[in-house]
Write a protein that binds this ligand. Structure first.
Ligand code: ZN
Length: 96
């Protein structure tokens, strides 16, 4: 990991393997995998009213300026990702 390029290659390989395992487990249990764009603002959206407000990483509690929702930052983000996944189309099974 001392070599920056090597570290990146190892990280890519690990992420590929992680994705492969997620697909495998989902298929095994009859679930589907939904990919979310890396720039989807899951931490900046209000899970109650969809208000979008910027948040610095140090702010750990989401406090919606529109509806007043107050929730743990990560919990709010998890709710947004759940809603995203429910509305998204699952990735088609390419292995038959
Ligand atoms: Zn809100």
């Amino acid at each position: 990991m001392a070599n920056h390029k090597l570290a990146g290659a190892v990280a890519d390989a690990n992420f590929f393997e992680f994705g492969r395992q997620i697909e495998y487990k989902a298929q095994r249990y009859g679930s589907s995998v939904v990919l979310v764009d890396r720039w989807y603002p899951s931490t900046q959206l209000c899970s109650s009213c969809s208000n979008l407000q910027p948040m610095s990483l140090s702010v750990r509690i989401y406090e919606c300026s529109a509806c007043g929702l107050k929730a743990d930052r990560d919990f709010n983000a998890a709710l947004n990702l759940e809603q995203y996944a429910r509305q998204a189309k699952p990735i088609p099974d390419t292995e038959g």
